[in-house]
Design a protein around this ligand. Structure first.
Ligand code: ATP
Ligand code: MG
Length: 242
């Protein structure tokens, strides 16, 4: 069964994709306590999504160890690991199926009222116009915009309601106003949860307990917004460039 709280630890983790000569991640050591909210930042290709993919076991570490509540993640069953985490991937998959089925895959037991309520929370109630939850999506049906896809993925994560939230650029493709609404919503639902959010947006990072900046497969700095601004490192430079 799923743990109620999730603490994560990465101990000197390195990872190299098959066929690559350079590692995508090196020397990653990180302790994330239960309930902590972390933003993961860094330029494109620095390894942010790869790090999340090691946590979901899409890939396994080359060296080092990842533990969840003190136990190596390899010791969890696939079902237990899935139950422990809600994931918003960078590339969201839309199934050619009804709106209902596109949501139920995250929470097979959910009732229609719950599905409608979550669509409203993420601002997708307009998808309910017409055929409602029976609306056909994907091939042979309605296509979703990039922003709608992000919100569908967030709706799935909310329905799944696991104690660990892993979010890869959840607000990409959303306008500033919607982005703020979604960040507010995520902060609220993650109140009692552990949250790791990959982002390249600099707005709204004050609300995170810790910001981790990566470069070239490594962690180069971490701290709270004010600390990182004061230390005038990479995070500060990102802000200057804006
Ligand atoms: P972005 O901000 O653009 O999403 P990222 O920080 O998430 O970037 P990753 O997707 O983790 O970056 O990629 C890290 C490095 O690993 C990159 O050099 C990328 O080209 C490489 N990489 C990613 N996926 C694979 C793969 N399946 N096989 C080989 N190399 C990969
Ligand atoms: Mg990425």
């Amino acid at each position: 069964s799923a743990p109620e709280n999730v603490a994560l630890a990465l101990n000197d983790v390195a990872f190299r994709y098959p066929g690559q000569t350079e590692p995508a991640l090196r020397g990653i050591t990180l302790d994330i306590s239960a309930g902590e909210h972390i933003a993961l930042l860094g330029r494109t290709g620095c390894g942010k999504s790869t790090l999340l993919q090691l946590l979901t076991r899409a890939w396994d570490v080359s060296t080092g160890a990842i533990t969840l509540n003190g136990e190596r993640i390899e010791t969890f069953s696939e079902a237990a690991l899935r139950a422990a985490m809600s994931v918003v991937p960078q590339r969201v998959h839309l199934f050619s199926a009804t709106l209902r089925d596109n949501l139920l895959l995250a929470a097979p037991e959910a009732r229609d009222e719950a599905l409608r309520a979550v669509l409203e929370r993420v601002g997708l109630e307009k998808l309910l116009e017409g055929s409602g939850l029976n609306a056909w999506l994907g091939e042979g049906g309605r296509q979703l915009s990039g922003g709608e896809l992000r919100r569908l993925a967030i709706a799935r994560a909310l329905l799944h309601n696991a104690p660990l939230l892993l979010l890869d650029e959840p607000t990409e493709g959303l306008d500033a106003e919607t982005e703020k609404q979604i960040l507010d919503l995520l902060t609220e639902v993650a109140k009692e949860k552990t949250m790791l959010m990959v982002t390249h947006r600099l707005q709204g990072l004050m609300r995170f307990d810790r910001i981790i900046v990566m470069d070239n497969g490594e962690i180069i700095e971490q701290g709270k917004h004010a600390e990182l601004m004061a230390s005038k490192g990479r995070y500060y430079q990102f802000h200057q460039r804006l």
